[in-house]
Design a protein. Structure first.
Length: 696
């Protein structure tokens, strides 16, 4: 193997490419050669890492306290060799994933000493111990895809490819078939990485490689009679080599027939066509981040949907419509995102004639999963495309191959994704994934999306752990809290500026959230200036706590106040905990008033869960009594009762001192969602024992 590595030694070093080997002498020779090239190299045993990065019990300081920050300091060298690698549990897998992530996102040469030749050929056997548990096996699959990306783009294996990584070997072969010969880079300057080719007339192709960049921005690409210069990343070469070959064919044909030079850097001037103003500093930073996976924690009213829409538009500067996948929960949210995009097109004078047909990749999670089943139904054993039928007797194990239920969509896609070739085929279609309402996604759906990313990190998650109110329906807010365990090099943007509510409502929201211990640290702030806040103070009280002697008095007050706001052209909502209460209040309003104002689109009566994502001038939150909000069950739960709800595998990595009050925290979040729907006024009423949430 070492001879293959040496064959293109300078090239491999300049492109941060290492090797997998299993003979001891190979390691010694490699270290010697690196030293002769003035490249410092260290050798580590995997056991050396563990005392410094103890995962079990190390996660105690909240979701931003994961112990990965020191890896870069620990690996302070230009090249390192890792030996004695074995993964005996989830902690080892998390740590090795952090190492792989670090290598993929930094200019460092990584070499892996395998235990034997078999391990060098099948490094996925490393995760075998995790596959005994179904949920851990899903994590193993995600980590395995990242390891595969690392191996294909940054590691030379001992069994072939002529001294190149497997992805570069394919590219070299294809370009050679066009009549070009590989040209060994004589430069050992690691800042000038690239791949070089020439033909019999010395027409040269230079492909500048950025090993870390996930999305290639429009940069200088030149064509002349002497050659052409293109840009690519190792990830792009791995996933889209044929596109690069097609580009080379076209550009080479143009260049060979040219007399003058065309420089691509003059083609774009000023702002990109899809770049929008009106964003805050933190919103703009999240918008322009393309080089790392990132999580946007967006507090209530802080502009999450605005970011998703503008992120989609911004990505159009670099990649085509169809390669952007946007996933959210409801059809209403899908339509909202699409309509906002079209509105921006219209504002910019862009003709979206065929755009509506092209924006087919904005979908609900269930809609997207079903589209995969419809496409690959034969691979799943169906004779024809199955229909969705909500019947409890239908399941993926029932033998009925004509119908599936909504509950079976995820199991079917997971079965489909057991085939890595299918995962890779689907992943190539989507260069970027935007995930909406991340806090309410279930664990297995999150795994499917991460597998679809294939280890690239071309993904943005947007959500708010404080608004995770659908755990009863499968939502797992630990997905958002454990972001770092999948993407240690990822970035986190926290949107704290609320653009919706009166500052006194915002202050009360903060006091509610302080009851939650394990959460992303944030404090909602008002966009209002000091002068505007003073003007707001002069208005009638935006925050009202109202105790009544009986339910009838409470209902009468809410009914009269509700109609008062609607009749003045304001939007208003009556929010309650259960559908039974919502139906009762609808009857109360209908009895109170015979007119049809309740049908006004500004009037809403429903559960707090149904109000998620909506906003109103005034909000009435009814029956905020102890035992209802918070619910009695949340106050009676014990440690054993809590644990049965916590199914995410990473929960067991938390420090034993971390006290999770999951059921109670769910109640806090539900109340926070209700209060934060209000823009101008909120009325919180009760006619029994006052809720603890109202004791300040």
């Amino acid at each position: 193997m070492i001879n293959l590595y040496l064959k293109n030694f300078n090239f491999n070093l300049s492109n941060f490419i290492g090797a997998i080997f299993f003979y001891e002498n190979d390691g010694k020779d490699l270290i010697k050669l690196l030293k002769e090239s003035n490249i410092g190299c260290r050798e580590y045993s995997f056991e050396d890492f563990k005392p410094y990065f103890n995962i079990r019990g190390g996660i105690a300081a909240g979701p931003l306290g994961f112990p990965f920050e020191g890896i870069s300091g620990f690996l302070r060298c230009k090249a390192f060799i890792l030996k004695d690698l074995s993964i005996n549990g989830l902690e080892d897998a998390v740590l090795f994933n952090a190492v792989c992530d670090y290598v993929l996102n930094n200019g460092i040469i990584f070499c892996l000493k395998a235990a034997n030749k078999f391990a060098a050929e099948d490094i996925f056997s490393l995760y075998g111990n995790l596959r005994k548990d179904f949920r851990e096996s899903q994590i193993a699959d995600i980590y395995g895809l990242r390891l595969n990306l690392l191996a294909a783009t940054r590691l030379i294996k001992d069994y072939g490819d002529n001294g190149y990584t497997s992805s570069l070997a394919y590219l070299v072969k294809k370009i050679s078939s066009l009549g070009f010969c590989p040209k060994q880079s004589v430069s050992n300057d690691r800042g000038k990485s690239g791949v070089y080719f020439y033909d019999e007339k010395n027409f040269e192709i230079c492909i500048k490689i950025n090993p870390f960049q996930k999305i290639i921005r429009p940069e200088s690409e030149s064509i002349s009679k002497d050659g052409l210069t293109l840009n690519a990343s190792l990830s792009q070469i791995y996933f889209y080599p044929d596109e690069l070959i097609k580009k080379i064919k076209i550009f080479a044909s143009i260049g060979r027939g040219m007399r003058c030079r065309i420089n691509g850097k003059n083609k774009r001037t000023g702002k990109p066509p899809h770049c929008y103003d009106g964003l805050s500093g933190i919103q703009a930073a999240a918008l322009k981040e393309l080089d790392s996976p990132h999580l946007v924690i967006a507090g209530a009213g802080s502009g999450k949907t605005k970011l998703i829409v503008n992120k989609f538009l911004y990505l159009l500067n670099f990649i085509p419509f169809g390669s952007i996948l946007v996933l959210t929960f409801t059809n209403n949210a899908v339509n909202e995102i699409k309509n906002r995009i079209f509105a921006e097109f219209k504002k910019k004078g862009i003709n979206n004639g065929s755009a509506e047909d092209k924006i087919l990749n904005i979908s609900t999670y269930h809609g997207f999963f079903f589209s995969l089943i419809k496409e690959f139904y034969k691979e799943l054993g169906f004779e024809s495309i199955p229909a969705i039928k909500e019947n409890k007797d239908i399941s993926c194990n029932s033998g009925d191959k004509k119908f599936i239920s909504l509950n079976d969509l995820i199991p079917h896609v997971l079965t489909l994704f057991n085939n890595n070739a299918i995962v890779y085929d689907i992943a190539r279609r989507y260069r970027y994934i935007l995930v909406d309402e991340y806090q309410d996604l279930d664990f297995l759906s999150d795994c499917i999306i991460k597998k679809l990313d294939c280890g690239r990190g071309n993904i943005i998650y947007a959500g708010d752990d404080d608004q995770s109110i659908y755990r009863f329906n499968g939502g797992d807010f630990f997905n958002i809290l454990f972001f770092d365990l999948f993407y240690p090099s990822g970035k986190i943007f926290i949107f704290q500026n609320n653009y919706r509510s009166h500052y006194k409502i915002i202050d009360f929201c903060n006091s509610i959230l302080n009851k939650i211990n394990f959460r992303y640290p944030k404090k909602l702030t008002s966009e209002k200036t000091g002068e505007e806040r003073t003007a707001q103070t002069g208005q009638s009280n935006p925050l009202n706590f109202l105790g009544f002697k009986n339910k009838n008095s409470e209902e009468n007050f809410i009914a009269e106040g509700f109609k008062g706001f609607i009749s003045r052209g304001k939007s208003a909502a009556i929010l309650v905990r259960t559908k039974k209460e919502a139906n009762y209040f609808k009857e109360v309003i209908e009895k109170f008033y015979a007119d049809s104002f309740i049908c006004n689109d500004k009037a809403f009566i429903g559960t707090i869960h149904q109000s998620k994502g909506l906003e109103f001038d005034a909000v009435f939150i009814a029956n905020v009594t102890q035992g209802n909000i918070p619910h009695l069950k949340s106050m009676q739960s014990d440690a054993a009762g809590e644990l049965k709800f916590l199914r995410h595998p990473f929960v067991k990595l938390l420090d034993k001192e971390v006290k999770l009050k999951t059921l109670y925290d769910d109640e806090v979040k539900l109340f926070y969602v209700a209060v934060s729907r209000a823009k101008e006024k909120v009325f919180i009423s009760y006619s029994g024992k006052k809720s603890d949430f109202l004791i300040r």
